[in-house]
Design a protein around this ligand. Structure first.
Ligand SMILES: *[C@@H]1O[C@H](CO)[C@@H](O)[C@H](O)[C@H]1NC(C)=O
Ligand SMILES: *[C@@H]1O[C@H](CO)[C@@H](O)[C@H](O)[C@H]1NC(C)=O
Ligand SMILES: *[C@@H]1O[C@H](CO)[C@@H](O)[C@H](O)[C@H]1NC(C)=O
Ligand SMILES: *[C@@H]1O[C@H](CO)[C@@H](O)[C@H](O)[C@H]1NC(C)=O
Ligand SMILES: *[C@@H]1O[C@H](CO)[C@@H](O)[C@H](O)[C@H]1NC(C)=O
Ligand SMILES: *[C@@H]1O[C@H](CO)[C@@H](O)[C@H](O)[C@H]1NC(C)=O
Ligand SMILES: *[C@@H]1O[C@H](CO)[C@@H](O)[C@H](O)[C@H]1NC(C)=O
Length: 181
């Protein structure tokens, strides 16, 4: 008698706990998990000098959800909340692009960092951006050998690396950019 009374009670308790767990799980997934693309951008920000990070206050954890990060300063997204543009011109970032994982941002079509006090080399993973059409790093302090790998980006239509400190001259591979205007 007792067990036949307890059984449906326990069952409904278990069902209730399951519902609570499912509810907690789904609300956690919406509120906390940032998109892979937002993570890549936050990781880069975390490596910039303190003073530069202050210039990116909109790039923060609480706004890093898939619906939120597309309104970050300098970002453009497509209708599916994937990053297509990065344009941070005339902001004294004073860092490098080495910590930016471009492989996590495969839909970039536009990268513009004009006059951003950026230095170091240009990451070769840029050449994996198969949709890149506009690449402008003018007026910075990039250095090292000329980034030959840019010649492999067949989608490229506009390229500017003027006013930097590359040591070698423009190689023949850039001449293979048939789309370049
Ligand atoms: C740029 O960063 C370096 C090292 O992080 C720092 O020493 C320098 O003061 C910074 N310059 C500016 C203009 O913020
Ligand atoms: C940079 O900021 C972190 C905390 O955000 C602090 O612990 C660190 O001391 C700061 N570094 C400099 C050089 O100001
Ligand atoms: C985080 O970013 C959002 C917009 O992206 C902004 O409204 C908010 O003030 C930022 N929070 C901090 C602590 O800077
Ligand atoms: C890039 O765009 C494609 C096509 O819209 C989409 O399927 C893919 O998820 C996007 N990549 C990322 C990392 O959002
Ligand atoms: C980049 O941003 C600047 C300033 O907001 C704007 O004038 C320029 O047209 C933008 N360039 C591209 C290629 O989006
Ligand atoms: C570069 O950006 C700074 C702000 O960081 C601005 O004061 C300066 O006029 C800009 N220089 C050029 C040549 O656009
Ligand atoms: C990036 O491009 C290089 C050179 O084309 C290629 O070897 C590498 O496999 C690519 N990486 C990814 C993750 O697609």
């Amino acid at each position: 008698m007792i067990s036949s009374y307890k059984f449906p009670h326990l069952l409904s308790m278990a069902t209730l706990l399951l519902l609570v767990a499912v509810h907690l799980h789904s609300s956690a997934a919406v509120a906390v998990v940032p998109s892979t693309e937002a993570n890549a951008l936050l990781e880069w920000k975390s490596q910039l000098p303190n003073r530069s990070r202050a210039l990116f206050s909109s790039w923060n954890d609480s706004s890093s959800t898939s619906s939120g990060f597309c309104s970050w300063k300098g970002l453009t997204c497509d209708a599916w909340q994937s990053v297509t543009g990065l344009n941070l011109s005339h902001i004294a970032i004073n860092g490098t692009l080495q910590g930016l994982n471009f492989l996590s941002l495969p839909n970039l079509t536009t990268i513009v960092f004009i006059n951003c006090s950026l230095s170091g080399g240009i990451p070769s993973t840029i050449s994996n951006l198969s949709k890149l059409t506009t690449f402008d790093l003018g007026i910075n302090s990039f250095s090292g050998g000329f980034p030959v790998f840019l010649g492999y980006i067949t989608s490229l239509q506009y390229l500017s690396l003027s006013d930097n400190y590359f040591t070698s001259t423009i190689p023949g591979s850039i001449a293979t950019l048939s789309n370049l205007t």
